[in-house]
Design a protein. Structure first.
Length: 108
């Protein structure tokens, strides 16, 4: 009673994880090409590379890159995916998912 109502989502929050330059470089070193330069081959989301390096749970993690990651082959920017909840007047609560850039990894 009389308590200010906190806006607190009842759904699961994601945890922002800052990816520093060293980690970005390490991730770039694992990339062979991206969907921009090898659209037929790229099938691994960049997030997966970061999951492996950081050991984070992809379901709970929002990656924040300290600086843009780039494809070593075409220098195109490689983006992480993210998702957000939003309220739709007609459909209720929905998740909006923006997939990350797909890449191919170096063999071995
Ligand atoms: Zn590329």
């Amino acid at each position: 009673m009389g308590r200010p109502e906190r806006v607190r989502p009842s759904w699961k929050n994601t945890i922002p994880v800052l990816i520093d330059q060293n980690t970005i470089r390490a991730a770039e070193q694992q990339i062979d090409s991206c969907e921009a330069c090898e659209p037929d081959k790229a099938e691994i989301p960049f997030d997966y590379v970061l999951d492996c390096i950081t050991g984070s749970d992809p379901e709970l993690t929002d990656y924040i890159l300290e600086q843009p990651a780039r494809c070593p082959r075409c220098s195109g920017e490689v983006l992480t995916g993210y998702w957000r909840w939003y309220d739709s007047e007609t459909e209720g609560r929905k998740a909006f998912v923006l997939p990350g850039t797909l890449v191919t990894l170096k063999a071995g």
